[in-house]
Write a protein that binds this ligand. Sequence first.
Ligand code: ZN
Ligand code: ZN
Length: 356
Amino acid sequence: MNHRVEKLVAAMKEHEVDAAIISQKENLRYFSGFTASEAVLLILKNESYIITDFRYIEQAQIQCPGFKVIDAPGTRTAPFVKEKCVSLDASRVWFEDNVMNFREYSSFREALDPIELVPAKDITSNLRIVKTADEVNNIRKAAKLADQGFLHILNHIRPGVSEKEIALELEFFLRKNGSEGLAFPIIAAAGKNGSLPHAEPSDKKLELGEFLTLDFGCVVNGYCSDMTRTVALGRPDPKLAEIYEITLEAQLKALDVIRPGITGIEVDKQARDHIASKGYGNNFGHGLGHGVGLNVHEAPSLSVRGDKLLEPGMVVTVEPGIYIPGTGGVRIEDLVVITEDGYENLTSSRKDLIQL
Ligand code: ZN
Ligand code: ZN
């Protein structure tokens, strides 16, 4: 039994649960090493199964040492789980209540009756929240590659080029240089589009005087990175230059307090209060940051809901923004790992306002 499964089993014992059904793609990889998504793990106190279909049997045998590989896809999965649970006297079984859809849940509930299905809630995300040195290394590599991508794309940013062309060029560079894919579709938002925090790249061409916001991340060995930079095309409008400075100050104030023992709420407040003090409190409508790992958005949260204490090994983004509909927006995002005495910034791209 690997160390991660051992921790899950310890949590099962603590919650008086006898088994766990796991099917979220990132959890499959985390607990078993399986890199595809078409499988279900059944973890019992002393044995672990990976249930998949013909296409993935060999892959599972190679990737998942310690797991017995079972060919029982689709409608055969729940009866297999029932049989194992009955033979091992399991009466309470965790399921990922944020992953399983209603149809899957219904089929498990029907097949497992009278075994009780218990929502696992945040158990798996809490187990994944503190990263090992290996995990941080993968994230560090992904962040470094993103930094290189940013330097590369600066050479392509000029009036007349479209948001889509910028996003495509950046994606090509990142993938050619080792990113397994994108952590999420690249956001390239110019001019007025910059006020949409998650704008999709359009055919809009960049124009002098505008800002361009680029938000993107790489993937290395399954682990994501996430960074945002906003740059100016030529001399920016004074209003845009002003919100850039305020956003940067807010980010630096938040970074100033990041250390073990502080909550996400407190870190978020540093940036939020600064932006509000400058009159833009209503223009920063999202949380300050989020955890990053196998998922680009995971625990912990740096926001008004982030009541978890930060611990060494947690990896979080710090990304304040100011968005003014009809004018544009700014976001600056770094990725940091919490250390014993503070944090290490994994993003090293410059943050002074770049004018291209
Ligand atoms: Zn981002
Ligand atoms: Zn982010």
